[in-house]
Design a binder for this molecule. Structure first.
Ligand SMILES: NC(=O)c1ccc[n+]([C@@H]2O[C@H](COP(=O)([O-])OP(=O)(O)OC[C@H]3O[C@@H](n4cnc5c(N)ncnc54)[C@H](O)[C@@H]3O)[C@@H](O)[C@H]2O)c1
Length: 346
C-alpha cells in the first residue's frame, strides 16, 4: 500500500512528538518539515536518525508532493496555515486551538468544506481509555441519563518554559482558556452533545501577570441542548500538579475520574460504603507525563493517518472543531459582557 506523505509544520514541543509518532507509523512517511527555526529541525532529524526535505517557509512545504499536513505552530498561525493547506488541497491535522478568533474558525470551516479535504483537530484526549470507557457505558445506558458533566484543566506551567514567549499573549495565543480548556469543552461535548448557552467568569489571579494578557483562571457554566448542566474550569499556574479532572453524574451512576459508582453499589447504611466503587486503572488518569498512557498523541496521529489513507472518517472534523470553538468563544464573551451567551447566536 502507498504510504501517506505527511508534511509537518512546527517542530517544537508537540511537533516533535507528532514527528516521532508519524515515524512510528508504517503507513506514513514523514516527507518534509517546515519550521522558521532551522536548527530545531536539524536537531530533531539528528535525534530521530531521519532525513527529509526541510523548508523555512511553510508555503513551500504545502506546494510539495504531500497528501497531508500536520500544523503544530503557535496558535495565531493555525488559521492562515489551514486555509493555505486547503488551497493546496492537502488534508489537515491542526493542533488546538482551531484559530484564535471565531471569525477565523468560520472561515476555516468554509474553506475546508469547499476544498473537500479531511480535517482533524488536535483534541487527542477523547481517545484516553478512561473517557472511551465512560463514553461506552454512557452510550449503553449503564449510567442512566446524564445531568451534570464537569471537567477541569489545572496546569502549573513553569514560568521558565520557552513557550511563555507566546503562550500568554493575546495576539499570538488567543486565550489561555481556549488553549487549555478547549480540551475540556471538547470532551464534555463528546460525552453529552451540543452546547446551547454559557455563563462564565474569568480573571488573572496568579503571579505571571506580565506574561498573561487574557486570563489565568476561568470557570464556565454550560447548558446543553438536551438540558445537561456542565462546568469547565481552567487554571494555568495553580500550586497543584497537572490535574485534568472529570466528573459525570447520571441517573444510574456517577463517574469521578477513574472511579465509578453504580446505583446498585452504595450501601449507605454500612461503614465503608464510600469505597464501594468500580476502579479503572490509575494510569488512565491524565497526568501530562509525556509518553504516559493517558497521553494519546500516538493513537490520535495513527487515527489521522487512517483518515488520510481513507480507511475511517475523522473522529473530530472541521464542523465538530468549530462547535467546540464556538462554545469556548461564547464563554469568553459571557465573561466580557457579564451576560449568558447563546452559542448559536455568535
Ligand atoms: N494537543 C495537545 O495536547 C497540545 C500540547 C501542547 C501544545 N499544543 C499546541 O501545539 C502548538 C505548538 O505548541 P508547542 O508547545 O509545541 O510550541 P513550541 O513553541 O514548542 O513550538 C512551536 C514551533 O513552531 C515553530 N514556528 C514558529 N513560527 C513558525 C512559522 N512561521 N513557520 C513554521 N514554524 C514556525 C517554532 O519555531 C517552534 O518550533 C500550539 O498551538 C499548542 O496549543 C497542543
Amino acid at each position: 500500500m502507498k504510504k501517506a506523505k505527511i508534511g509537518l509544520i512546527g517542530i517544537g514541543w508537540i511537533g516533535s512528538e507528532h514527528g516521532r509518532n508519524i515515524l512510528k507509523n508504517s503507513k506514513a512517511d514523514l516527507y518534509c518539515i517546515a519550521d522558521s527555526n532551522e536548527a530545531g529541525v536539524q536537531a530533531f532529524l539528528k535525534n530521530e536518525n531521519h532525513s527529509c526535505k526541510v523548508y523555512k517557509d511553510y508555503k513551500e512545504l504545502l506546494k510539495s508532493d504531500i497528501d497531508a499536513v500536520v500544523i503544530a505552530s503557535p496558535n495565531a498561525m493555525h488559521a492562515k496555515m489551514t486555509i493555505d493547506a486547503a488551497k493546496y488541497n492537502k488534508h489537515v491535522y491542526c493542533e488546538k486551538p482551531m484559530a484564535i478568533t471565531l471569525k477565523d474558525c468560520k472561515r476555516i470551516r468554509e474553506e475546508v468544506d469547499k476544498a473537500g479535504i479531511k480535517y482533524l483537530i488536535g483534541y487527542h484526549r477523547r481517545l484516553n481509555p478512561l473517557y472511551r470507557y465512560v463514553k461506552n457505558i454512557l452510550t449503553e445506558g449503564k449510567l442512566g441519563k446524564p445531568f451534570i458533566v464537569e471537567s477541569e484543566y489545572n496546569h502549573y506551567v513553569p514560568g521558565n518554559l520557552a513557550i511563555w514567549s507566546w503562550l500568554g499573549k493575546k495576539d499570538i495565543a488567543g486565550s489561555l482558556f481556549h488553549g487549555g480548556s478547549g480540551h475540556n469543552v471538547d470532551l464534555i461535548r463528546d460525552m453529552c452533545g451540543e452546547i446551547k448557552e454559557v455563563s462564565c467568569f474569568k480573571d488573572i489571579f496568579l503571579p505571571r501577570k506580565e506574561q498573561v494578557e487574557t486570563e489565568d483562571t476561568a470557570v464556565a457554566m454550560y447548558r446543553f441542548e438536551n438540558g445537561v448542566i456542565g462546568k469547565v474550569q481552567c487554571c494555568v499556574g495553580p500550586i497543584l500538579p497537572f490535574n485534568f479532572g472529570f466528573r459525570l453524574f447520571g441517573t444510574k451512576g456517577t463517574v469521578q475520574n477513574n472511579k465509578i459508582w453504580y446505583e446498585d453499589i452504595p450501601r449507605f447504611d454500612q461503614a465503608g460504603h464510600e469505597n464501594d466503587y468500580v476502579k479503572l486503572p490509575d494510569s488512565w488518569v491524565p497526568d501530562n507525563v509525556q509518553g504516559g498512557l493517558s497521553e494519546t498523541w500516538k493513537e490520535h496521529m495513527d487515527h489521522f493517518i487512517d483518515v488520510v489513507t481513507g480507511s475511517v472518517p475523522s473522529m473530530n472534523d472541521v464542523h465538530s472543531a468549530y462547535n467546540t470553538s464556538a462554545a469556548v468563544f461564547a464563554a469568553l464573551k459571557s465573561a466580557e459582557t457579564g451576560k449568558v451567551v447563546q452559542v448559536g447566536g455568535l
